[in-house]
Design a protein around this ligand. Structure first.
Ligand SMILES: O=C(CO)[C@@H](O)[C@@H](O)COP(=O)(O)O
Length: 239
């Protein structure tokens, strides 16, 4: 089971450059084995085309390294915070994909302007609030102890709680000044949702250029598309 999860997480990471979601190593995918209480995540800074299942990082749910010769992704604590808060999650992706990151840097959510987004996200993809200095830590924080990554996860969960949004209805978020996180029932569905998010950001940007006053799509159409594909609160995995 764990070896299979390493293969899946490795291949899901290798999909990121294939879908144009990453430059250099600016992204990471994880998966979780809840029975064993272990998370498998991309090793930090490793080139995607050099990745092999055996060099995936394996950590326990407190972030202690269990297997792997490389350091886990620098975003490990954010992934762990989301898995701990949301039991339905089976896979998480973080990238700096250009169009979604442009919205994150502008502090803007990605509004649901079309059925492409509505098929996967039941509404706007929100942007988190700016982090507070104490949540960011200081430059001399050792990377492993930096509160920034852990607090990023907490701010994501806080955003969804404040909006009353369910993670299974909107499987993604923009972290202010950083970039997108997407998730799903497994690493594959998380990557799928990350691709849809980037496409939606690209199309929204241009739709709003064409029509700055464009309102979000009608609720009825949004419901029709999302609920037809996923049902109310149905969690979904999309290959
Ligand atoms: O945003 C950052 C660093 O600022 C990270 O998400 C990105 O560089 C990926 O780092 P990892 O190689 O996963 O440690």
């Amino acid at each position: 089971m764990l070896e299979k999860l390493k293969e899946i997480v490795c291949e899901a990471n290798r999909q990121l450059p294939k879908y144009g979601l990453v430059t250099f190593t600016w992204g990471n995918v994880s998966g979780i084995d809840r029975e064993k209480g272990l998370m498998v995540i991309k090793p930090s800074g490793v080139e995607y085309d050099e990745m092999k299942p055996e060099n995936m990082a394996v950590v326990d749910l407190l972030g202690n390294r269990v297997e792997g010769i490389y350091k886990p992704s620098s975003d490990m604590a954010t992934h762990l915070a989301l898995y701990q808060a949301w039991p339905e999650l089976g896979g998480i992706v973080h990238t700096h994909s250009r169009w979604a990151t442009s919205f994150a840097q502008a502090g803007r959510g990605i509004p649901a302007l079309g059925t492409t987004q509505a098929d996967y996200f039941h509404g706007e993809i929100p942007c988190t609030r700016p982090m507070r200095p104490k949540e960011i830590g200081s430059p001399d924080d050792a990377a492993a102890e930096s509160p920034y990554e852990r607090e990023t996860g907490n701010v994501i969960v806080e955003t969804f709680r404040r909006l009353g949004t369910l993670p299974e209805e909107v499987p993604g978020v923009l972290v202010y000044s950083h970039g997108p996180f997407a998730w799903g029932t497994d690493p594959w569905s998380a990557v799928h949702n990350a691709v849809v998010m980037e496409e939606a950001a690209f199309m929204d940007f241009h739709s709003l250029m064409l029509e700055p006053q464009l309102p979000p799509m009608q609720r009825e159409l949004l419901d029709k598309h999302f609920l037809r594909k996923h049902g109310a609160h149905a969690y979904y995995g999309q290959k």
